[in-house]
Write a protein that binds this ligand. Structure first.
Ligand SMILES: CCCSc1c(F)c(F)c(S(=O)(=O)NC)c(F)c1F
Ligand SMILES: [Zn+2]
Length: 252
């Protein structure tokens, strides 16, 4: 037994008071006029590599200075882009982590940022209550996404757990939907160690990708090249967790 329902054995915080993901119920979210728009300064971002960490496919960035940050909205400081990765299902009707009025999307992109103003390292920030800011973007199935090819064309290079390859000059700005309207709430990592260190910013509008593009993610493996068992990487999403009295705020 290794799935989300067993994580509490090794990570008791799995039953904590601010776990993620959650089901977002739009009309129960409070519109907060003090919530400004979020600002993404990704123009000087520097992607480094793409890898399969046995949980997802991850693109990492150079976070040694403030060259790519998210700020505004619920954030008191600029947060530095560290990496992005995806969660998806085995079929189009499930795969996202957050749900909206009980409905799942086919996938969810997470752009992980850390508070380099208050904390010296990512690892220190990852355990602090205001250490991380994750921008969540839903993926819907439909037409091809014109820029996602850059990522799906590289997936064959990182089929096996532990594989990594160069991935330069990719700017995730091309993966944003037209509107930056969002919901925000205090939550956690959705994979172990499940630290309750994430200020979540979930965009209301999905981007559209094709079933064919999504199918390429399902070609990835949870298992390493040396393992005889080949387990397809799919359903790497955690189901929604109890809200436990938390308020979800909505941008205007
Ligand atoms: C200490 C973790 C290394 S970075 C990372 C990650 F690899 C990851 F997978 C998730 S997630 O929980 O899966 N998605 C929100 C994160 F939040 C992260 F910050
Ligand atoms: Zn994630």
């Amino acid at each position: 037994l290794t799935g989300p329902s067993a994580w509490h054995n090794k990570y008791p915080v799995a039953h904590g008071s601010r776990q993620s993901p959650i089901d977002i119920v739009p009309h129960q979210a409070s519109r907060d006029p003090n919530l400004s728009q979020i600002v993404l300064n990704y123009d000087r971002c520097t992607s480094i590599n793409i890898s399969n960490n046995g949980h997802s496919v991850v693109v990492e960035f150079d976070d040694t200075d403030d060259r790519s940050v998210i700020q505004g909205g619920p954030l008191d400081n600029p947060y530095r882009l560290k990496q992005f990765h995806f969660h998806w299902g085995e079929k189009g009707c499930e795969g996202s982590e957050h749900t909206v009025s009980g409905n799942s999307y086919a996938s969810e992109l997470h752009l992980v940022h850390w508070n380099a103003v208050k904390y010296k390292t990512f690892d220190e920030a990852a355990t602090a209550p205001d250490g991380l800011a994750v921008l969540g973007i839903f993926l819907d199935t439909g037409d091809d996404h014109r820029w996602l090819h850059t990522i799906t064309d590289a997936l064959y290079m990182v089929k096996f757990k532990g594989s990594i390859t160069d991935f330069k000059d990719f700017n995730p700005k091309c993966l944003l939907p037209s509107s930056l309207h969002y919901w925000t709430y205090l939550g956690s990592l959705t994979t172990p160690p499940l630290h309750e260190s994430v200020i979540w910013i979930v965009l209301k509008d999905p981007i559209t990708v094709s079933e064919k593009q999504l199918g390429k993610f399902r070609m990835l493996l949870f298992t390493g090249e040396e393992e005889d068992q080949r387990l397809r990487m799919e359903n790497n999403f955690r189901p929604p967790q109890p809200l436990k009295g938390r308020k979800v705020r909505s941008s205007n």
